[in-house]
Design a protein around this ligand. Structure first.
Ligand SMILES: [Zn+2]
Length: 570
């Protein structure tokens, strides 16, 4: 490099595109003889890793405090200016690499991705992508600022979580209404926001020569190993093999609660008449207990989580002004993951942390691969890492080291396994909805979208009485941030859950061997095609009702066993 690259991303915290562009100019102009190839790839990888880490750090600062105006400006500068321009320049470098004919087995999958990006890249889409980023930031600001009136106080929505699980039906109905209301009130504003996103996305697809955004997104998301038809198969397989189990869960819940009909506010309450369990008091306790749990899954994983605690790479507690949700992001230069969430002391928070930690372990495992593009496979594999961790950690969640007394553990375990079944159905509904949105001309119409949602949702959410609550049921998809921010990013959860259930099935026979294969698969990063990564983890990439039926049967069997262990009523 004429001007050397900085050692750390901190040097780029307030960089503008003008500061960064000369590095791309140099990489684009440097002669590429075979002997210089690796050094060129290494410089390019380092530059991108620096930019991504600087962008991640800006995003982290903004999401931990959405009122920090400087952080917001930095985050927006990276997401709307620097990264889109860098992406554009990267495509030029990808073209040089592909044109050079340079091949090495450890870069095969990356080159395949580059070739695809080149094919679908259009100059005209660059400004459209940055408009989409801008609209996405508006969605986050709108939802992040939502509060609800509760007992005379204004609370951020995640703080209502505990009341949604109240054993008092009146309390949970009020909490549920209060938490849905801001979305009902913002429906028109959010529908208008989505109208703009929808038009921009279809335009992006048309510019790239595709009939619609769904057809564009498959190559854009490097879905080389499955097709839209496979996704439709998945929807049908869920209908056939999951919905009967879903119906049994709802019937069980209705009987247990002793209600005539399940209403939407009856879905979060824990059964067996127990007061809501508080598995930890604050983020610090959540982290230290989690470390103990990971230690038992695998000592090396426990050590990695300890490193995150020491280095301040966890922001776990819910606070006013924090963005909603949870994520794990990777800092690509330091090779460290960062976990963000909104914990309020609930069992769900434990599951969220186990999930995000699975992503973090993936980052640790793949960072030793030399080039950025070798490290990060698609979400189908990334979510296998996180969802498997939820299942692998489950046997170790009892106190004293873990979070739960035996009876609470049994309950948490039941909730998790029931959630696995409900989530498969939810994934099918979100994916089927998005297929409809971008392939049916009526997807451009706000009222038609809401109607389609109700139709699709009733295929995959049965046994719940929504009468008189149509607006609230419609509000559900506006709350699904993926539909706004990460279109079509959802089927991955279904595919990965089926993989994770197979990892779990392996661990029932051979716990040590299953974790070893899991970690080996993570350490391959993105250097193998998806079916080969799954194979390395000891599982099969599958969409068919046959395997879904087998795995759902295994989950139902475990649910039956846990229910049978319920203590006798006093
Ligand atoms: Zn995840």
């Amino acid at each position: 490099m004429i001007r050397p690259l900085p050692d750390s991303a901190a040097a780029l915290a307030s960089a503008t595109w003008e500061d960064i562009e000369p590095w791309f100019d140099e990489l684009e102009a440097r002669p590429l003889d075979p002997g210089a190839m690796w050094a060129w790839l290494d410089d390019w990888s380092t530059l991108e890793a620096l930019l991504m880490e600087a962008a991640s750090r800006a995003m982290i600062r903004y999401t931990v405090n959405t009122r920090d105006e400087q952080a917001e400006a930095d985050y927006r500068r990276f997401s709307t200016t620097i990264l889109p321009q860098a992406d554009e320049r990267s495509v030029a470098l990808q073209k040089r690499l592909v044109a050079s004919g340079y091949r090495t087995p450890e870069l095969d999958t990356a080159i395949e991705r580059f070739r695809t990006s080149i094919e679908i890249f259009r100059e005209a889409n660059v400004p459209l992508m940055s408009q989409l980023e801008e609209l996405g930031a508006n969605y986050q600001k709108l939802t992040g600022g939502m509060t609800a009136e509760w007992e005379g106080q204004r609370l951020p929505l995640p703080r209502l979580q505990p009341f949604l699980k109240s054993l008092d039906r009146g309390v949970r109905e009020r909490a549920w209404s209060a938490s849905v209301q801001p979305y009902v009130a913002a429906r028109d504003e959010m529908a208008a926001l989505f109208d703009r996103m929808h038009a921009l996305r279809q335009q992006v697809a048309h510019n790239a020569g595709f009939a619609n955004y769904r057809d564009y997104i498959f190559p854009a998301k490097f879905r080389f190993d499955y097709t839209p038809a496979d996704c439709v198969h998945f929807h049908e397989a869920v209908e056939q093999a999951v919905m009967p189990a879903f119906d049994r869960l709802m019937a069980h819940r209705r009987e247990f609660l002793g209600v005539q009909a399940l209403r939407p506010w009856d879905l979060a309450v824990e059964l067996h008449g127990r007061e809501a369990v508080r598995p930890f008091s604050d983020g610090a306790e959540l982290a230290s207990r989690a470390r103990e749990v990971f230690e038992r899954v695998d000592p090396e994983l426990g050590h990695e989580f300890g490193t995150m605690m020491q280095e301040g790479l966890l922001d776990l507690d819910s606070r006013d002004g924090k963005a909603p949700g949870g994520y794990c992001d990777t800092l690509h230069i330091t090779g460290r993951p960062f976990i963000f969430m909104n914990a309020v002391g609930m069992t769900d928070d434990v599951n969220t942390l186990l999930h995000e930690a699975g992503h973090a372990f993936h980052a640790f495992a793949s960072h030793p691969l030399p080039l950025l593009w070798q490290r990060h496979p698609g979400s189908e594999m990334a979510e296998l890492a996180s969802m498997s961790m939820e299942l692998l950690a489950a046997p170790h969640l009892q106190r004293p080291a873990g979070f739960f007394a035996p009876e609470d553990w049994r309950q948490a375990r039941l909730d998790h396994l029931e959630d696995v079944i409900i989530t498969l159905a939810h994934v099918a509904s979100i994916d089927a909805f998005q297929h409809w949105i971008y392939t049916d001309p009526a997807g451009a119409d706000a009222a038609a979208r809401d109607a389609a949602w109700l139709r699709i949702r009733s295929r995959f959410e049965r046994g719940v009485d929504w009468s008189g609550l149509e607006r609230e049921r419609i509000a559900r998809w506006y709350r699904q941030l993926h539909v706004f921010l990460y279109p079509f990013y959802y089927i991955e959860y279904g595919i990965a859950q089926l993989g994770a259930l197979q990892v779990w099935r392996n661990s029932l026979r051979d716990p040590v061997g299953a974790v070893r294969k899991y970690r080996e698969a993570l350490s391959l990063g993105a250097t193998r095609p998806l079916p080969a990564l799954y194979e390395a983890a000891g599982v099969r990439l599958a969409f068919d009702a046959g395997i879904i039926g087998e795995l759902v049967a295994l989950v139902e069997e475990e649910i039956g066993r846990l229910r049978a262990e319920a203590p006798a009523p006093a």
